[in-house]
Design a protein around this ligand. Structure first.
Ligand SMILES: Nc1nc2c(c(=O)[nH]1)N[C@H]1C(S)=C(S)[C@@H](COP(=O)(O)O)O[C@H]1N2
Ligand SMILES: [Mo]
Length: 543
């Protein structure tokens, strides 16, 4: 039904409404981007819809285009790209506002499609984890809500406003609109109030996102210049002999690179702690409380040790294990300075983000290389591995010992305190189980009949590995060749040459630790104190 014959719509008012719709759309894209950016501050700046799309554009544009823009714009290419992208997104936003109708949410649909593109951009970033989808998804939801509300104010429902129900033609409602005069009508007031709220949301979310991003950037900048403590020759880690690695191409390296080291923690966003802000308070059942800052820590004599770290959540054959050269300070000396009381038996350590671990005091004071570490493979700790300070304790799973971003030590007792994962059903003491793994050839690799080198690793920190055996199908166990042992606190590599006959074959591996105990065949899951069972791999051997 067309009512425009009754009263000609005022062109001014129609233009006004068109502008308002475009504004609604621009605000919508502002809400998506600002809310997404703020949420990204809680996860990782790179997951911001705006930055993820910008980074993806850079990565996906052909090299020629990239070089041409850099040539044309000089070093301004990144700000220019961001500015251009912002303009495009705001224009697309205006379009969503212009096509949105109360009964036909075409604009919302466009927002959702753009949101999906942004989500995809975030999820395909190299550093992305599944949580990287959240900022864009939640930002998109907020944007759609904003667009629906603003559109609702521009096109009031017929029931409440007495309109004709045809909201597809601007100005049509005017004939029935008691507020059609110059005086702002309640819908207009509602629109202005909603628009004001949207601006406020954008401002607050934008400022929050910017502040969180800046804090993360500060830590990254500081880390690049951070001076690691000097390690005296006598405190250096023993050099790594070549013979700790089998002379076979493609074997797992003895030392794990920082960017290949497994990462496990509960932090949605890596805590941003600078060395300047860092403090460690040692308190509880001690003779004297101590508070250490970075400078006080670095006045102490540093050690360098090679230690294999393992996660209790590692499945049989899994890769939640790695070996690094750690630079740090003996935990035993720091504890001794505080003087634990004789009846204390646990160190409850807390991270900057409130995670806790309960470590047996004995493991920290029995002479093993338990370190308060500041360096990993010769670099300051990477942010995700605990920058600036974390614990590393040989022989204990990470969840009871390896607190990253550590800021608080309470000396206490196991019968008085509990920690994050023990409260969730995991074992109290967390000694590492003996484990062994086949690393090569790759799973389901196709092999040719004849000699084939099988290789892998085994670990039993604090006890060492004395023997590794391999079994083909239901045959006898055969001794693998052990590479040199670096120490009982590191993994030990092994290899075994198999005269592979044609057919489908399954190989099993098992290790015996320094106490003479051999891994059990019994398959058990990781809860509550680490998986058990033999790792196996199946290969097809054919000419
Ligand atoms: N603050 C904090 N520290 C933590 C954790 C955590 O969730 N939060 N996880 C622990 C667990 S379960 C393990 S296995 C190790 C892993 O250390 P990585 O991520 O450096 O490999 O860190 C430990 N330290
Ligand atoms: Mo872990």
């Amino acid at each position: 039904m067309d009512t425009s014959t009754q009263t000609a719509p005022s062109p001014g008012r129609s233009i006004g409404r068109t502008v308002a719709r475009a504004v609604a759309g621009v605000l919508t894209s502002g809400v998506v981007l600002a809310v997404g950016h703020a949420l990204a501050g809680l996860i990782d700046t790179g997951s911001s819809p705006f930055l993820a799309v910008a980074d993806s554009v850079v990565d996906r544009s052909p090299a020629a285009v990239r070089e041409a823009t850099i040539d044309a714009l000089g070093t301004a290419d990144k700000p220019a790209l961001l500015l251009g992208l912002a303009v495009i997104l705001l224009l697309l936003g205006a379009v969503t506002g212009l096509v949105e109708r109360r009964g036909r949410p075409l604009g919302s649909l466009v927002v959702v499609v753009l949101g999906l593109v942004g989500t995809l951009a975030a999820l395909t970033r190299p550093a992305a984890s599944p949580t990287w989808a959240l900022p864009t998804v939640l930002g998109t939801v907020a944007g759609v809500v904003a667009l629906r509300l603003l559109t609702g104010a521009l096109f009031p429902a017929p029931a409440t406003r007495g309109g004709d129900g045809n909201d597809d033609n601007d100005g049509n409602n005017r004939a029935h609109d008691p507020d059609a005069a110059e005086v702002p009508g309640p819908d207009r007031r509602r629109f202005l109030a909603l628009a004001g709220s949207a601006v406020a949301v954008i401002a607050v979310a934008g400022a929050t996102g910017a502040a969180l991003g800046r804090r993360a950037a500060d830590v990254i900048t500081e880390r690049t210049d951070l001076q690691l403590p000097e390690v005296l020759t006598r405190n250096r880690a023993a050099p790594v002999p070549a013979a700790v690695t089998p002379d076979v191409p493609g074997v797992t390296p003895f030392l794990t690179r920082n960017d290949e080291f497994y990462r496990i923690d509960t932090a949605l966003r890596v805590p941003a702690v600078t060395s300047k802000d860092w403090r460690l308070r040692i308190h509880g059942m001690v003779e004297h409380e101590i508070e250490l800052d970075w400078d006080a820590l670095l006045e102490r004599e540093a050690d360098e040790r090679i230690i294999t770290l393992t996660c209790v959540s590692n499945e049989v054959g899994g890769d939640l294990v790695g070996t690094a050269t750690w630079t740090g300070f003996p935990i035993a000396d720091l504890l001794a300075a505080a003087g634990p009381l004789p009846d204390a038996d646990m160190l409850l350590s807390t991270s900057a983000d409130g995670w806790t671990a309960g470590t047996p005091l004995e493991a920290l004071t029995d002479g093993r290389d338990a370190l308060l570490a500041v360096g990993m493979n010769g670099e300051p700790l990477p942010l995700e591995h605990g920058y600036p300070v974390r614990q590393v304790v040989p022989g204990l799973f990470g969840y009871v010992s390896a607190t990253k971003w550590v800021v608080d030590w309470e000396v206490t007792r196991f019968d008085r305190a509990s920690a994050y994962w023990t409260d969730r059903g995991w074992g109290e003491r967390g000694p590492i189980r003996t484990a062994s793994r086949i690393d090569r050839p790759a799973p389901l690799a196709r092999l040719t009949p004849g000699p084939q080198v099988i290789a892998g690793t085994a670990w039993a920190q604090r006890r060492g590995i004395d023997r590794v055996e391999v079994r083909v199908d239901d045959g006898p166990w055969q001794d693998a060749a052990l590479a040199d042992e670096y120490s009982i606190d590191t993994w030990r590599m092994w290899s075994w040459t198999w005269d592979a006959p044609p057919g489908l074959h399954t190989l099993h591996v098992r290790a015996t630790d320094g106490t003479g105990e051999t891994q059990t065949e019994t398959r058990r899951g990781t809860v509550p104190d680490g998986a058990t069972g033999w790792h196996s791999r199946t290969f097809r051997v054919s000419a």
